[in-house]
Design a protein. Structure first.
Length: 136
């Protein structure tokens, strides 16, 4: 079972009839995120494998995983917001237990993202999993 914040997105998607509404919803989630501090947009936080510029800044505090992120593409920024709902607040040892592909499939994202965006999403998930595995 995913985080409650992610379950909320799944429920919201059930009420949105077409992909354009869902696309706008994802973008709006990204717009609502605080921008990542420019000082954190460095090579160490940059995610390779994304068509756009993507930065993820993970934090582990009292055994709990969270991350902030940013992108120069609005849809990718929205995808970061979705991933934050999936992962933020988890015990660090649970990060690698999340089947992100299955959870994101519930949103039918793979059917509507370009192959470049899908690859970028996979790269972001892999970065998150690597941080979780290293910290566990």
């Amino acid at each position: 079972m995913a985080q409650p914040a992610f379950e909320e997105i799944v429920e919201d998607f059930e009420f949105l009839d077409d992909w354009e509404d869902r696309y706008r919803y994802v973008i709006d989630r990204g717009k609502a995120m605080e921008p990542l501090d420019e000082a954190l947009k460095v090579p160490a936080t940059k995610v390779e494998g994304c068509a756009s510029q993507v930065w993820l800044h993970p934090r582990i505090e009292t055994g709990e995983f969270s991350f902030d992120g940013d992108s120069d593409a609005m849809i990718v920024r929205g995808l970061i917001a979705v991933l934050r709902c999936l992962y933020n607040g988890l015990p660090v040892q649970a990060v690698t237990d999340i089947d992100a592909e299955a959870e994101l499939a519930r949103l039918e994202l793979h059917d509507h993202l370009s192959s470049q965006r899908s690859n970028g999403l996979k790269a972001m998930v892999q970065r998150i999993r690597n941080v979780g595995a290293d910290a566990a």
